[in-house]
Design a protein around this ligand. Structure first.
Ligand SMILES: [Zn+2]
Length: 325
């Protein structure tokens, strides 16, 4: 006899999973990032972009979604679901795929492709660095979509069926697409570039009051070497994956890795405070939800862009070679 838990699990398995900001969201994140790239990063990125991108990073930021049907292994790398109602993210606890394989989640993906790009040819392994760049640009966008660190029980909101105005959909899609699409229609004359320019103006005018801290480090995110050595409870990845935690490369890779863990923590926090709030199964979301959540979506697109640029600037900064010790 199938129990109710079994029926719920069967239902959840049958729910098609959505994999991140829609095309518009990813394009916006990467377009914003383009404006913050250093000269070195522009050169490094341009060299790796495929020809059809015509030098535009934003043109390939949805590539990871387009190929996931053929690269099914990559599906788990678009998100990092967290235990229901805990509202926090832990790399050790949460970064795995449905078969419990560790490091297979969005923060693991960011870490992996950052590492590939940073080590490049020095790693001794021939990585496809063009794909690494396109995955990295996409996953940094994804980790900023709050429901990409949503609850396991409803597959990050994919299992929460509801109405967006008169349209039947699910909560995850509301955050991937619907809020952005409604904003385009309502405020931006259907023009994505106008919306992106408006977000950029808000950034220049300091309308996001904490913008200076988006890419900053504190003791938790970027512990100094002594803290790293002394802390036994440091991120499990560095204990598990590196033989020599004292090496400069390991430390600096940990520095990079820690940043995306912070982004996922922010996301589940925002999911609890804003995405799930008043969005129960069967409910109808309309003006109140749209108007109050749009600023969160625009801020996450902006943060994703600034942070993607910062990661690429560090990767391609020719005066900071961390691939050698
Ligand atoms: Zn995605």
């Amino acid at each position: 006899m199938i129990t109710w838990i079994g029926r719920v699990l069967v239902l959840l398995v049958l729910i098609p999973r959505s994999y991140g900001w829609g095309r518009e969201g990813h394009y916006a994140t990467c377009k914003i990032a383009e404006g913050y790239l250093s000269e070195d990063a522009v050169a490094g990125v341009t060299k790796l972009l495929p020809l059809h991108a015509e030098g535009e990073l934003a043109a390939v930021c949805s590539w990871a979604d387009e190929i996931r049907i053929h690269h099914r292994w990559s599906g788990a790398l678009h998100f990092a679901d967290t235990p229901d109602f805990l509202c926090n993210y832990s790399y050790c606890r949460d970064c795995h795929d449905s078969a419990q394989l560790k490091d297979r989640c969005v923060t693991g993906g960011i870490y992996n492709y950052t590492k590939q790009l940073k080590l490049g040819p020095d790693s001794g392994i021939t990585y496809n660095l063009t794909e690494a760049l396109m995955f990295l640009a996409h996953f940094i966008g994804d980790v900023h979509q709050p429901l990409h660190a949503g609850f396991l029980g409803d597959l990050g909101g994919n299992g929460v069926t509801l109405q967006w105005y008169s349209q039947k959909t699910n909560l995850h899609r509301v955050w991937d697409d619907m809020i952005i699409e409604s904003a385009l229609k309502t405020y931006y004359n259907g023009n994505l570039m106008t919306m992106i320019r408006s977000i950029q103006e808000n950034m220049l005018n300091d309308d996001f009051d904490d913008i200076s801290s988006w890419d900053s480090c504190d003791a938790t995110v970027c512990p100094d070497t002594y803290v790293l050595i002394l802390l036994k409870s440091v991120d499990c990845r560095i204990m598990a994956c590196y033989d020599n935690v004292y090496s400069l490369t390991s430390f600096l890779l940990f520095f990079y890795a820690s940043m995306e863990v912070r982004y996922a923590s922010e996301s589940i926090n925002l999911a609890c405070k804003f995405a799930y709030r008043n969005a129960t199964p069967g409910s109808t979301l309309g003006d109140d939800y749209f108007v109050s959540r749009l600023p969160i979506v625009e801020k996450r697109l902006a943060q994703g862009g600034v942070r993607l640029a910062a990661v690429l600037n560090r990767i391609f900064n020719s005066s900071l070679p961390i691939a050698t010790e």
